[in-house]
Each structure stands twice: as C-alpha cells, then as structure tokens.
Write a new protein. Structure first.
Length: 167
C-alpha cells in the first residue's frame, strides 16, 4: 500500500521558475480541492491518525506564513536563525476549527505577496541562507522548492482522500 503521508512522493529538486509557479497556483488548487466538500467531509482525517481536511487547510496557511517570514529574514539579515514551531500543536488550537474560507483567502493574499517577492530574486539571492535549529542551514533556493512541494503534498492529501472515498 502507498504511504498516505506522501501521496505525490518525497521532495526532490526541480527548476526554480517551476517552483515559483507552483507556489503561485497553490491557493487556487487548494480552493478547487475543497470546493464542494461538506462540513462533515472537512472534518474527516485524510489518513488514519492524521489531520482533518480542515486542519490541513489551516496548516498550509500557518506553514506558508512562517515560510514567507523566513524568506524575508534570509533576504534581509546575515544567516538568521529562525524559530521553529510545533505544527501539530498549532493544528489543535481553536483557530484550526474555523471555516476554511478564512485560510483560503489568507493564502491567496499571502501567495500574491510571496510570488512577487520570489520573482524579484536574483541568482545570488537563491544562495542566501537561514538556520533552522532542527535541520541546519537552508538556502533560499532550496526552500522555494520545498514549499512548492509542500503545497502540492497537502493538496494531494485532500484530493487523494476525495478520490478514495468517492467524493
């Protein structure tokens, strides 16, 4: 059986321009993935022991807000150390029970700003770094790819669940 945590595979390197396009369209793909889901479906875990679809939507917003700030720190400071967060604990907070439209709208606005920033980067910007206390030194370029993958990864959690359950 396929590993339900990684419905599109594990992250691998791609071309930066393609990654930025993935980040640009992610909010619209997410909106399409949840467009016709009922409240009951939104509160269905995408895998046994996993988050609900609603929590996944709010997690993407949480994660991408953190990432956007990390990019700005890396671009304006010398190798800043970022602060990680406990995404599993964030997913249990009351705002993860809100209507998903809040995070869908937030993502559309956030990604609009993020893509503008990413498209302004020059090659040397891609080598700028930040330090993640758990995973070490990360480059801006590699992190673009990671977040392109991250959006596709979680949208695939939702679309694969919908497909498996015939939604």
């Amino acid at each position: 059986m396929a590993d339900l945590r990684y419905p599109i595979g594990i992250f691998s390197m791609q071309v930066v321009e393609n990654w930025v396009k993935e980040i640009e369209v992610a909010p619209f793909r997410l909106r399409e993935a949840v467009r016709n889901l009922s409240e009951e479906q939104l509160d269905t875990p995408y895998r046994p022991g996993g988050w609900t679809v609603r929590q996944v939507v709010h997690h993407i917003a949480d994660s991408h807000m953190n990432s956007y700030i990390r990019f700005k720190l890396a671009l304006t400071e010398d190798k800043p150390t970022i602060r990680p967060y406990f995404e599993d604990r964030w997913a249990e907070l009351p705002d993860s029970e809100l209507p998903i439209e809040i995070s869908l709208s937030l993502l559309e606005a956030l990604h609009g700003r993020w893509v503008t920033l990413l498209r302004s980067l020059i090659e040397s910007d891609l080598e700028k770094t930040f330090v993640h206390p758990d995973s070490g030194v990360q480059t801006v370029g590699n992190t673009i790819g990671m977040y392109a993958w991250h959006g596709r990864h979680h949208i695939a959690h939702i679309t694969s669940l919908s497909s498996r359950l015939g939604w």
